[in-house]
Design a protein around this ligand. Structure first.
Ligand code: PHE
Length: 341
């Protein structure tokens, strides 16, 4: 039996020394010390020994057990240490290597202008509204006094969804006037910026998608003087205190009377130059007093309430502000372009 224990000891300790990982160690522990392990099997034969031999063998067996346990523990520690060293080596980061510079994004000039516009109107007590780009024709046209047969409803100009032409991509932000009338308590002072869509080929001044900013006021006793005073003030805030505005008669189906507002050319102050194409004036927006029929269709009594509205193209506004010559630059989002503003 002594021989057996010695043999077992040699085999167990050398196997443990060679174990490559924690799983192998655990398997060896079970193999030698486990309930069905080899040492246990030897101990079970102790009963066959004489009374003198038994304590001697018992002591040898105990020594073997503690030697195996100690070796297991040492190997476990050594393996863990080796693993740690390997990870420290593999995952080492040289913090002195220079970093890769990140190219910073840049605020888009059009949104910078939009933010300014919003701030001006918020300061005047307007709220900012958002609405659907996929619109019902009723909102884009009918409720804006633009009946069937009106040239603005042409298939060649408008992105319709269905053959029955009941749904479309809005061609203007003016449907937001109707949404506001239908959902907001009176009086209303709102500005609604957003995307609009028209079947235009892309060139330096056209894009099938562009942005408009709609604005509307409805209250008791609102007049054309309020329209002119407010929009004149906005132009001065945007283009400088010295800005001169003029209002020309125009036509829109949903306003009566209608007008367009120009600002005197900020480059030549009216003399005529390339910026204003020799006109001396730069067209800024369309506006007008809301047509009584439009008010009535949305449940507002035109004998009690009156209002005005305006709409303008945001890209054109930004291009004017930053002297950008080509509309396509606005949409390309080339950082080298954006960085200039
Ligand atoms: N919706 C008009 C356009 O797209 C602009 C406009 C808005 C005119 C509000 C009058 C009042 O040209």
């Amino acid at each position: 039996m002594k021989e057996l224990l010695r043999e077992l000891r040699g085999r167990a300790l050398s196997a443990i020394e060679k174990a490559e990982n924690a799983e192998a160690l655990e398997a060896l522990r079970v193999q030698y010390l486990g309930k069905k392990g080899e040492l246990t099997a030897v101990l079970k034969q102790m009963g066959k020994l004489s009374a003198e031999e038994r304590p001697v063998m018992g002591q040898l067996a105990n020594e073997l057990r503690s030697a195996v346990e100690k070796t297991l523990e040492q190997r476990r520690t050594a393996l863990a240490e080796a693993l740690l060293q390997r990870r420290l080596r593999d995952e080492a980061v040289d913090v002195t290597i220079p970093g890769e510079p990140h190219r910073m994004g840049h605020r888009h000039p059009m949104y910078a202008v939009l933010d300014e516009i919003k701030q001006i109107f918020i300061g005047m007590g307007f709220e900012i509204l958002d609405g659907p780009e996929v619109e019902q024709s009723v909102y884009n046209f009918d409720k804006l006094n633009t009946d069937e047969g009106h040239p603005a409803r042409e298939w060649s100009d408008t992105f319709y969804f269905a053959e029955d032409s009941s749904r479309l991509l809005r061609t203007q932000t003016s449907p937001m006037q109707i949404h506001a009338m239908e959902t907001r308590p009176l009086p209303i002072r709102m500005v609604a910026p957003g995307r609009v869509y028209r079947k235009d080929e892309v060139d330096a001044t056209h894009s099938p998608m562009f942005h408009q900013v709609e604005g509307m006021v409805i209250d008791k006793g609102v007049t054309m003087a309020d329209l002119k005073g407010t929009l004149d003030q906005v132009a001065k805030r945007l283009y400088g205190e010295g800005t001169v505005t003029r209002f020309r008669p125009h036509h829109f189906p949903f306003t009566e009377p209608s007008c367009e507002m120009d600002i005197q050319c900020y480059k030549c102050h009216g003399a005529g130059c390339p910026t204003c194409k020799g006109e001396g004036w730069i067209e800024l927006l369309g506006a007008g007093m809301i047509h009584p029929r439009v008010l009535r269709m949305s449940g507002i009594d035109p004998d009690v309430y009156s209002g005005w509205a305006f709409g303008f193209g945001l890209e054109r506004m930004a291009m004017g502000r930053f002297k950008i010559g080509d509309l396509r630059l606005i949409f390309e989002n080339d950082v080298r372009f954006l960085e200039q503003f």
